[in-house]
Structures are given as structure tokens and as C-alpha cells.
Design a protein around this ligand. Structure first.
Ligand code: HPA
Length: 274
């Protein structure tokens, strides 16, 4: 089966369960699972109900779509995502985000946990993603182009939409939530980086490193979807931190910041409504 047929089948599964067409979709990274408590939920569909979806296997990632209303905005949440390091290729890893875009989501907010490379960042810093480096992970557009979704050689000079980004910065200002900006670099994972890799990332211009998001943003930009991204800096990156990196630290920080992060998301989404 070709990828476009697979995606259309995934959309049909959603349509058989709910009529809701999301205006805005959000991918919730580690610790943000509770954000869905803000949503008037109409329907939840576990990723396991999609025969063609890779299964989310990471602890802290529930792996389901939530459809409903955030205030008056029809939204779809991805509670958990699929990662390249789980063993799926990039084309498979972006299937859930592409499904929501094909369903009709015109705007996408991608969130993640990331390691801080910028020396002025601290665990708990929130960073608006201005641009990304995805060169260390195979492209999600690799293979025969799906002409129905986008062009063979898409422009990537403005992956993160300035208008959506302004919604986030103005929301942060109003709420008095400190927000930094920076470049996100996606490594393949699942191992954390070596200090030498972090020095390389810094030399390349990265402010934060993680194991998701850039391929999702690439595939959505290919489809003409407006994207914005926010990282929660959960830890100082390897070599900058004086201690060993653990998934526990990542979960601990993301849970500590989740309330503030949720408030920022909520206010940002309100501003993204047409
Ligand atoms: N590196 C890569 N991914 C991450 C990190 C990190 O330090 N922290 C959270 N996700």
C-alpha cells in the first residue's frame, strides 16, 4: 500500500468515530499529558486502533488522539507521539501528525522535552523554536513524493510560522511566563548525546537538542500546515550538566513545569484562532 492510501485510511478511521474537524492540533511531549484536562473531550482514539500506526512504547507517552474543544476551538491532541528511535523510519514516525493534517488541521503546535545546549538555559526554561536542524535524521519526505500532499522539493526557509510564534510570545508576555527562543536540533537517539556531540551541536548553532519534532515539522511544512514549536528544557545537555543524564530527570522537570507550560499553551491556542 502506498503512503497516501495508508494516510487516507487512517483519516477514515477517525471520521468513523467523530465528525470533529480540528482547526488546531497539538502534539504533547513528556509531562504534558494532563493538558487534555483543559479540553471538552468528544472522542479519544488510541493509536493501537490504527492498524498502520507504529506503537508508542515510551513510558510517559500514552499514545492516543484526543478530539474536542478548547474553549470554542476544535482541537486534536496527540497525547504521546511516535519516535524514530523506537525503530520506525521517519515516514512512519510522522504518520500520526500527517493524519491530523490530512483530516483538516491547518495549524500545529509541537511540544517536546529537550536538553539545553545554550549555556544561559536552565532546567525548566521554555524555548520557542525559531528554526531546526534535522540533518542527523533521515527525511520523512524520503521516497516517492506524495504529490497530493506537497511538492518534491519543498522550501524550508520558514518552517515555524511567524504569526503562530507571535501568539506564543504574546501569550507568554501576558502571563508573565519567561520564554526564550532558539534553534532545536534533532538527534536520532535513543542514547543521550556525548559531550563532543553537544559541542558539535553548539558549534552548528543549536540551542537545544532532542529526539523528535524536526521531522514532524518538516512533514507538516511539506503539507502547507502552519507550525509552531515549544521545547521544555528538562536538563542541561551532556557535558554541560555535571551529572549523568537520565529519563527520570527529564520526566521530573517536565512534570514540574507542566502547569506553567499548559497555561502558556492554552493562552497561545486562544490567540491562534482565526
Ligand atoms: N538530549 C536529547 N533529547 C532529550 C534531552 C537531551 O539532553 N533531554 C530531553 N530530551
Amino acid at each position: 500500500m502506498n503512503e497516501y492510501t495508508i494516510l487516507k485510511n487512517c483519516v477514515e478511521i477517525i471520521k468513523s468515530r467523530t465528525d470533529l474537524v480540528p482547526d488546531i492540533a497539538l502534539t504533547l511531549g513528556s509531562g504534558l499529558g494532563y493538558f487534555s484536562e483543559n479540553v471538552k473531550v468528544l472522542c479519544e482514539i488510541s493509536y493501537s486502533e490504527f492498524p498502520d500506526f507504529p506503537k508508542s512504547t515510551v513510558s510517559g507517552h500514552a499514545g492516543k488522539f484526543v478530539f474536542g474543544y478548547l474553549g470554542s476551538v476544535p482541537v486534536a491532541l496527540m497525547n504521546g507521539r511516535v519516535h524514530y528511535y523506537e525503530g520506525y523510519d521517519s515516514v512512519e514516525a510522522v504518520r500520526p501528525v500527517r493524519t491530523l493534517a490530512l483530516l483538516g488541521a491547518k495549524k500545529f503546535v509541537l511540544t517536546n522535552a529537550a536538553g539545553g545546549v545554550n549555556l544561559t538555559f536552565k532546567p525548566g526554561t521554555l524555548m520557542l523554536i525559531k528554526d531546526h536542524i534535522s540533518s542527523f535524521v533521515p527525511s520523512p519526505l524520503r521516497g516517492r513524493n506524495i504529490d497530493e500532499l506537497g511538492v518534491r522539493f519543498p522550501d524550508m526557509s520558514s518552517v515555524y510560522d511567524p504569526d503562530l510564534s507571535t501568539c506564543v510570545t504574546s501569550a507568554a508576555e501576558e502571563l508573565g511566563i519567561p520564554l526564550r527562543e532558539g534553534v532545536y536540533l534533532q538527534f536520532p537517539g535513543p542514547q543521550y548525546e556525548t559531550p563532543a556531540e553537544i559541542r558539535m551541536a553548539s558549534a552548528l548553532g543549536a540551542d537545544a537538542v532532542g529526539m523528535s519534532t524536526a521531522i514532524e515539522a518538516t512533514s507538516l511544512n511539506h503539507m502547507g500546515v502552519k507550525v509552531c514549536g515549544i521545547s521544555c528544557i528538562t536538563n542541561l545537555a551532556a557535558g554541560i550538566a555535571k551529572h549523568k543524564l537520565t529519563h527520570e530527570e527529564v520526566k521530573e522537570t517536565s512534570e514540574r513545569v507542566s502547569e506553567q507550560f499548559s497555561k502558556l499553551l492554552l493562552e497561545s491556542v486562544k490567540r491562534m484562532q482565526d
